[in-house]
Design a binder for this molecule. Structure first.
Ligand SMILES: Nc1nc2c(ncn2[C@@H]2O[C@H](COP(=O)(O)OP(=O)(O)O)[C@@H](O)[C@H]2O)c(=O)[nH]1
Ligand SMILES: [Mg+2]
Length: 626
């Protein structure tokens, strides 16, 4: 259990942590000299772990880095002073971070024990409606020891459920230092998963590789650490040094290393925020232990008034690590006050169409805690599909848990997409309808190639996704495939009566002099069919594989082209290469036609020419069939 202190400066936070643990967390010389906490301090007993934060208004960003990793808050309010500005601001921050467990210490009871009623009434009003509304209030004195036993008991009682140990490991770094003899140490809260000695992880957003040489969990040496613990990792890696790690970095599993420059979030503006949030306002964004400048673009309105909530795109100049359900806190551009915050809905949002109604509906569907529920809700909205890798990464779902999740959401997975059963069904219907229409319009054609088919259906699916769905439909037997052609299982190629007539007349003529067949003009003359009609018919016959146009208006039977390719291969094998002369001699078709055929073979990749000699590619020689 990690307890974070909160409250105005000088209200006795550090003194209470010391009274409870014996540890003085004000360890910096400057902290000693000025008598204030400047950086995060850490103290542990056997059963409690404390993150002590500064109360000074100038160090609220540090308080935020510490508070983002805690489970339980110890809100300290000095009885002589009562509620002060950072009492309010820290309460707001705890509330925005969703921290719903905590204890209020009414400190310095030795100085103003008679103010308990008054201060606790004011606090009850401040906390009303926040997640800490029910927190117990205990008068204490670090000086006399009054109430410390009760305080400790209340803190232990407020310990809650553990965090998500199922996801990939993700540690929010709040400190990095070197220790002589050990090397680089990073500390932070493990917000999900587990980390073990020898694990290979990534420092994010920099992407540097990290190997875990050793670790401490809750200040004790350990083999593994689990979500919810404060962890110190001794890490090593090429190019890794104290200067390459900063507060706000993540140490995480490579699978969830995906720095992002844009985050779609649900943001609430505090009721007492000084002003409305305008379109594209600059804000300080706090996420995990990170703190960066961001631009806030309102997605569903032009202005966000205090007390209201909106969908907001937060854009940052340098990509940061963020996942769905991460809490964010916003402070004003001058970093003088906390103005609001909320929860990340989509850490990998699309670049385009951020404000279209369908997109906003999707974002609302994602605004639930459970991954399966979010997936089901998302797929229930148009277009009914989403990218599987991005969804699973955003929700930190490891591969071995995906099948169950997909099942719980009643979704289908194909080609890297997740689809609702209805969406899959409507793609199937659209594919079948498009093929049926194609077969009706062009009965002489074998069907449609995959990309034409993809563009022929109303859903705009990405190429690999559509390929996956096609594969599934082929497995189901809903469609069939011939080479690159997709068709309905029952489709048989048929020529129109007019084409049938031309083909019947032309075919024997093409076969009679197969290596030097008549050209389109000669066929027209011989059959009495207009030249243009002969040409279109032959082009159609070429598409379905009956003939091949070797040169303009010069069609050969497909099986003849296959035969000529085999002949070329034979010559090349027996003579150690293929010349135009030997090819012409074998086919007896004259030098001009022989060369045209060879040049066609060059283009088709059947032959490769160097000077006067060609070689035949064994892997291509059969492309025209047998
Ligand atoms: N009389 C009295 N003084 C206290 C008590 N707790 C803290 N102080 C004093 O209040 C001042 C601020 O305490 P500190 O713990 O540094 O406050 P923080 O800024 O909230 O961490 C110090 O001078 C402490 O000695 C207490 O219970 N009784
Ligand atoms: Mg302090």
């Amino acid at each position: 259990m990690i307890i974070g202190t909160a409250g105005h400066i000088d209200h006795g936070k550090t003194a209470l942590v010391k009274a409870l643990t014996g540890v003085d967390t004000d360890r910096l010389a400057e902290e000693k000299r000025r008598g204030i906490t400047i950086d995060l301090g850490y103290a542990y007993t056997d059963d409690l772990g404390f993150v002590d934060v500064p109360g000074h208004e100038r160090f609220v960003h540090t308080m935020l880095a510490g508070a983002s990793g805690i489970d339980t808050a110890l809100l300290v309010v000095a009885l002589p002073e009562g509620i002060r500005p950072q009492t309010r601001e820290h309460v707001q921050i705890l509330s925005l971070l969703g921290i719903d467990r905590g204890v209020v210490a009414l400190s310095k009871a030795d100085l103003a024990g008679d103010r308990v009623g008054e201060v606790s009434a004011a606090l009850a009003a401040l906390l009303a409606g926040t997640p800490l509304a029910e927190a117990p209030m205990i008068p204490v004195s670090a000086m006399t020891g009054q109430g410390l036993g009760d305080l400790r008991a209340a803190l232990l009682a407020s310990a809650g459920g553990s965090r998500d140990a199922g996801g990939h490991a993700r540690l929010a770094v709040d400190r990095a230092f070197t220790l002589s003899g050990a090397g680089l140490i990073v500390t932070g809260t493990l917000v999900s998963g587990r980390i073990g000695v020898d694990d290979r992880l990534v420092l994010s957003p920099s992407g540097l590789e990290v190997r875990v040489r050793g670790l401490h969990a809750q200040n004790k040496p350990a083999e593994t650490a689990v979500a919810g613990q404060r962890v110190a990792l001794n890490i090593a890696g090429p190019r890794l040094s104290k200067d390459t790690v900063t507060r706000g970095d993540w140490v995480l599993h490579p699978e969830i290393h995906a720095p992002t420059a844009a985050i779609d979030a649900r943001i609430a503006l505090l009721a007492d925020a000084p002003r409305a949030l305008r379109q594209d306002a600059q804000v300080h964004l706090h996420l995990g232990a990170a703190h960066v400048m961001a631009r806030a673009s309102l997605l569903d309105r032009e202005r966000l008034e205090p007390g209201e909530a909106a969908l907001v795109r937060l854009s940052v100049a340098q990509p940061i690590g963020a996942l769905a359900r991460d809490r964010v806190v916003l402070r004003d551009s001058g970093a003088t006050c906390t103005i609001g915050g909320g929860v990340v809905l989509d850490p990998f949002p699309p670049r385009r169409g951020r404000r279209v109604p369908a997109r906003l509906t999707q974002l609302l569907a994602l605004d639930v805690a459970g991954a399966a529920e979010a997936l089901r809700g998302l797929l229930a909205e148009a277009p009914g599909w989403t990218d599987m890798a991005a969804f699973m990464r955003a929700r930190n779902v490891p591969v071995e848990q995906r099948e169950v999740l997909i099942g719980c959401a009643s979704a289908a997975a194909a080609g890297g997409l997740l689809l609702s059963v209805e969406a899959f069904e409507s793609v199937r219907e659209a594919v079948v309808a498009a093929l049926a229409a194609q077969h009706r319009a062009a009965p002489e054609m074998p069907g449609l190639q995959a990309d034409r088919l993809r563009l022929a259906i109303p859903l705009r699916l990405p190429v690999p996704g559509f390929a996956g769905i096609v594969a599934a439909l082929l497995r189901q037997g809903a469609i069939a495939q011939d080479g690159p052609w997709l068709r309905l299982p029952g489709h048989r190629i048929s020529l129109s009566p007019a084409d049938e007539k031309v083909w019947a007349a032309a075919r024997p003529l093409l076969a009679a002099e197969r290596f030097k067949p008549p050209r389109v003009r000669d066929l027209a003359a011989a059959t009495g069919v207009p030249e243009a009609a002969v040409r279109t018919t032959l082009k159609r016959l070429q598409r379905i594989g009956h003939v091949v146009e070797i040169a303009a208006d010069h069609f050969f039977l497909r099986e003849t082209v296959a035969e000529m390719a085999a002949t070329a291969a034979e010559i090349a094998a027996s003579e150690g290469g293929l010349t135009a002369a030997s090819f012409r001699d074998r086919l007896d078709n004259g030098r001009k036609v022989a060369i045209q055929v060879l040049e066609f073979f060059d283009k088709a990749g059947v032959t490769v020419r160097s000077g006067d000699l060609r070689r035949v590619r064994a892997d291509r020689v059969g492309v025209f069939g047998s």
